[in-house]
Design a protein around this ligand. Structure first.
Ligand code: SAH
Ligand code: SF4
Ligand code: F3S
Length: 444
């Protein structure tokens, strides 16, 4: 039987989909890229913003016709939106056959092998389960340079705007040795860079009940462990929370050669008043302290971030504080989101919602600021030489190759003889845009 899987949302979802696909392949299913070839269609969904849900619902809605023409196919919705909306999705989309939440993902092969044949609607959305074991398989394609590894699941932070703690449940971390084994397996298959994933990855291994900012950092311990693995040349991670960037974690990032010189550090807002209302547990001073410590210890470090514009009650002054701190840090990339009220979260109940027009304006302003700054910054890199991990032919122009610097700059260059993905080469930068560096290989 052929299975088509479409994934919405974050890298955690992408990783889950890959693990599910690998599990299904092991059970004898075939994964197909075209929905019209599929016997079973699975949609791994996201709830983080209204728009993310709307996209998935729209897509599945259109499949009503496909299902009418071919009643033998099965359609399933899994992941965060399945968890949040459960049975109500079946009312809205009656052609859907199964709904499986975030804590039952490992049951999918069993469900589609046995249960769906009964042709009864299936909904599985329990909560509070133990750590999901067994989502550790990968699809080993050749030329895969980078791969994702989930190290923890769930989130206990309860930021006032965010649905993730409700749909992903409580934090649960995998044992360090399981993760190291998984990474060793990837390295044996030619993977050179791992992206360690968790909804709150910097809280890996911590006791969730700790209310104080912890001095321990099991996540730093994990980085030391992964750094030892031969074959792995680069380590990245996402998404961390600034609250857990203590001395231990900063030391690990500064000391470990394989941990990349680029950190994604979600800021959300630069206004202390808004940060407090968001329940982010840091203020601009603490955030800048982390940034400055890292800047002083890691050469050429770059930062990327997540920002929310127009959180309820955000004034012009609050917004200006965000612009200011963005300039101070000098982010090289930022994911800027317009606040989207999520039912059941405290912020959605606030009366002082910001009008749509202002949301759009503030969004545009931050995007423009970012573009101007990254263009300027990239220009200062021209003439310098960076080590690039090669990733493969460029999508836009297959005669060129691309790769990235350790500080996460996409770099395009002419290939050399016998080039292969996963090579580390020195590239001198000749020109740049706000998004890309262009250079020439000057040594291997
Ligand atoms: N755990 C991660 C983020 C997961 S969600 C972290 O703390 O950074 C990814 C991003 O979506 C968040 O960083 C936030 O910027 C954005 N986001 C979350 N809820 C949102 C909402 N209700 N409206 C708009 N953006 C939101
Ligand atoms: Fe959401 Fe906050 Fe948890 Fe990130 S840390 S997933 S923003 S609740
Ligand atoms: Fe979305 Fe779930 Fe990730 S809500 S952002 S897919 S954890």
């Amino acid at each position: 039987m052929n299975v088509y899987i479409k994934t919405y949302g974050c890298q955690m979802n992408e990783r889950d989909s890959e693990a599910i696909a690998a599990e299904l392949i092991r059970e004898g299913f075939r994964i197909v890229k075209n929905e019209y070839e599929a016997d079973i269609l699975i949609f791994n969904t996201c709830s983080v913003r209204e728009q993310a849900e709307r996209k998935a619902v729209g897509k599945v809605g259109i499949l009503k016709r496909l299902k009418r023409e071919n009643p033998d196919i099965f359609i399933g919705i899994i992941g965060c939106m399945a968890q949040r909306r459960g049975n109500s999705l079946l009312k809205e989309l009656p052609h859907v056959d199964f709904i499986i939440g975030t804590e039952q993902l490992t049951e999918i092969p069993q469900i589609i092998k046995k249960e769906i044949r009964k042709r009864e609607k299936i909904t599985k959305i329990e909560t509070g389960k133990e750590l999901l074991q067994g989502l550790d398989l990968h699809i080993n394609t050749e030329n895969k340079v980078t791969d994702f590894v989930s190290v923890m699941r769930g989130c206990d932070m309860f930021c006032a705007y965010c649905i993730v703690p409700y749909v992903r449940g409580r934090e649960k971390s995998r044992p360090i040795q399981d993760i190291a084994d998984e990474v060793r397996g990837l390295a044996d298959n030619g993977v050179r860079e791992v992206m360690l994933l968790g909804q709150n990855v910097s809280a890996y291994g911590l006791n969730q009940s700790a209310a104080e900012r912890p001095e321990e950092s099991p996540f730093a311990d994990l980085l030391y462990e992964i750094n030892k693995i031969d074959g792995i040349k680069r380590i990245r991670f996402t998404s961390p929370h600034p609250y857990f960037f203590n001395e231990k974690l900063i030391n690990a990032i500064a000391e470990l050669p394989k941990v990349c010189n680029s950190v994604h550090l979600p800021l959300q807002s630069g206004s202390d008043r808004i940060l407090k209302k968001m329940n982010r547990r840091y203020n601009s001073e603490i955030y800048l302290d982390v940034v400055n410590k890292l800047k002083s210890r890691v050469a050429d470090i770059t930062f990327s971030t997540d920002l929310i514009v127009a959180f309820p009650g955000e004034t012009e002054e609050d917004f200006k504080a965000t612009r200011d701190i963005m300039n101070q840090v000098g982010f090289d990339n930022a994911y800027i989101f317009k606040y989207s009220p999520r039912e059941g979260t405290p912020a959605a109940k606030q009366a002082d919602q910001v009008p749509q027009k202002i949301k759009e304006e503030r969004n545009q302003i931050l995007l423009e600021d970012l573009k101007v700054r990254t263009k300027q910054h990239n220009r200062t890199l021209e003439g310098r030489t960076f080590e690039i991990l090669t990733e493969g032919p460029s999508k836009r122009n297959p005669e060129r190759w691309n790769g990235r610097t350790t500080n996460n700059k996409v770099t395009v260059f002419e290939p050399y003889e016998n080039i292969s993905t996963g090579d580390l080469v020195n590239v001198q930068i000749k020109s740049s845009t706000s998004m890309t560096l262009f250079g020439k290989v000057i040594g291997r």
